[in-house]
Design a protein around this ligand. Structure first.
Ligand code: UDX
Length: 451
């Protein structure tokens, strides 16, 4: 089939590469000429494992191409996917739909009769109806079908998520659109991936409800972790024990410094705004957003407490800056709260991240960025592991201990085991487990006492 993707950001480029891998002929259109030039020169301006190879293979196979020319890009399209950004609108947290609506206005006259326009961007409930209204105004009488097909990709494993999803959700309002979408996703259907057809509003709510539910799970286990610390239980065991109940499931129960990234913070806020407008109460989502905001600050208080109540003039070594591993994305990363809080308390921060440095340099002033984990910990009063990159899972612990001024290791991702770290000579503080190492040198985490 001939497909067009509008917008070559994260979701757009991953979708385009994967649809072409299915065998469809895909044209990507973007107004950013630099970005299109980069793709045409074989460069991938986004860090995502496996994406470069997938693009190159399909470009060589003549199934994937890039252009800034919208008219050319959509003229034969059977379906046009809109994958432009929907950032949080400044001030009110609503999703900003101006890019989506501008794209629809631009392409309405250019698409062929009978074309399917698919919202792949994360858009609030009712957006498909608004797109239909724009089409009725710009091209009255023309048959164009509007579909809502939300994306559930995780950064760092987006290709795998696209090619082997748990399910595909498609909101349609006509039988012909349903047929086109079934044909597009036929390769997945052959692999027995369930494809759930709904109406557009239901599909739109599914996307936000899924992200909100996952956020709730994380905020929940983070609070259970705090409880475990006070009562002397082990949150890893608790997560395992509850996760074995299939009604709960074992995923997204890793406690940490709070969720970040391009989706959960933005989408939970947008969902709250939608609920407000609809006069519906989403108290659990509101509590999740509040708990997650607090948590990031709480992590800085915890580091300060572990350092004996003050970090004034001390160097703190930070391992990991991105919101999670295998991405260079810094959006809403816990590091953006934890590091400024430590700096406010007088700490000097030295940091290392395998991929996040270019973005982090623009967002985190007065941090000394270094090029490996060992440089980050040299002469530091403590090391704080903030993002669980694989290369931090097998550090040379003797070397780390030897380089640190104090052997204080604060692991906000539970990468290591308390007994191993005590044996390696560290005062080790992690999440939801009792501190390990010589007790007198370890202050209780601030979470226990903070209001
Ligand atoms: C998420 C959704 O998973 C995806 O379906 C949606 O399309 C976009 O948002 P992403 O933001 O890429 O994907 O990352 P994800 O792996 O879900 O992690 C989000 C945040 O939650 C990260 O900050 C991560 O560290 C945190 N997290 C995740 C936890 O703290 N604990 C967990 O158990 C899982």
């Amino acid at each position: 089939m001939r497909l067009t993707i509008i917008g070559t950001g994260y979701v757009g480029i991953v979708s385009a590469a994967c649809f072409s891998e299915f065998g469809h002929v895909v044209t990507c259109v973007d107004i950013d000429a630099n970005r299109i030039a980069e793709y045409n020169a074989g460069h991938v301006p986004i860090f995502e494992p496996g994406l470069g190879d997938l693009i190159n293979r399909n470009v060589k196979g003549d199934r994937l191409s890039f252009t800034t020319d919208l008219a050319e890009g959509v003229k034969d399209a059977e379906a046009v996917f809109i994958a432009v950004g929907t950032p949080s609108r400044r001030g009110d947290g609503h999703a900003d739909l101006s890019y989506v609506f501008a794209a629809v206005r631009d392409l309405a006259k250019l698409v062929p009769e009978g074309c399917v326009i698919v919202n792949k961007s994360t858009v609030p409930v009712g957006t498909a109806s608004e797109v239909e209204a724009i089409l009725a105004e710009v091209v009255p009488g023309k048959t164009v079908h509007v579909v809502s097909n939300p994306e559930f990709l995780r950064e760092g494993s987006a290709i795998e998520d696209f090619l082997r999803p748990d399910r595909v959700v498609v909101g349609v309002s006509s039988e012909s659109a349903r047929k086109v979408m079934a044909e597009i996703y036929r390769p997945l259907f052959l692999r027995e991936t369930p494809i759930l057809f709904t109406d557009c509003r239901t599909a739109e709510v599914i996307k936000y409800a899924a992200n909100a539910f996952l956020s709730v799970k994380i905020a929940f286990i983070n609070e259970i972790a705090d409880l475990c610390e006070t009562v002397g239980a082990d949150v890893k065991g608790v997560a395992k024990g509850i996760g074995m109940d299939r009604r709960i499931g074992n995923k997204f129960l890793n406690p940490g410094p709070g969720y970040g990234g391009s989706c959960f913070p933005k989408d939970t806020l947008a969902l709250l705004r939608t609920a407000e407008q609809a006069n519906a109460k989403l108290r659990i989502v509101q509590a999740t957003v509040d708990a997650n905001d607090d948590r990031k600050k709480e992590m800085a208080r915890r580091v300060i407490a572990a350092c004996g109540g003050s970090v004034e003039g001390k160097t703190i070594g930070i391992l990991g800056l991105t919101f999670k591993p295998n991405t260079d994305d810094m959006r809403d990363a816990p590091s953006l709260v934890v590091i400024p809080e430590l700096q406010k308390a007088g700490a000097k921060v030295r940091a290392y991240d395998p991929e996040g440095r270019p973005a982090a340099e623009k967002m985190l002033p007065d941090v000394e960025f270094v090029s490996n984990a060992y440089q980050a910990v040299e002469d530091a009063a403590a090391v704080v592991l903030l993002t669980e990159w694989n290369e931090f899972r097998a550090l040379n612990l003797d070397r780390v201990r030897g380089l640190l001024r104090n052997p204080l290791f604060i692991d906000l991702r539970n990468v290591y085991e308390p007994e191993d770290m005590a044996r390696a000579g560290f005062h080790y503080i992690s999440i939801g487990r009792s501190p390990a190492g010589p007790k007198e040198a370890v202050a209780r985490p601030a979470a226990v006492t903070a209001a």
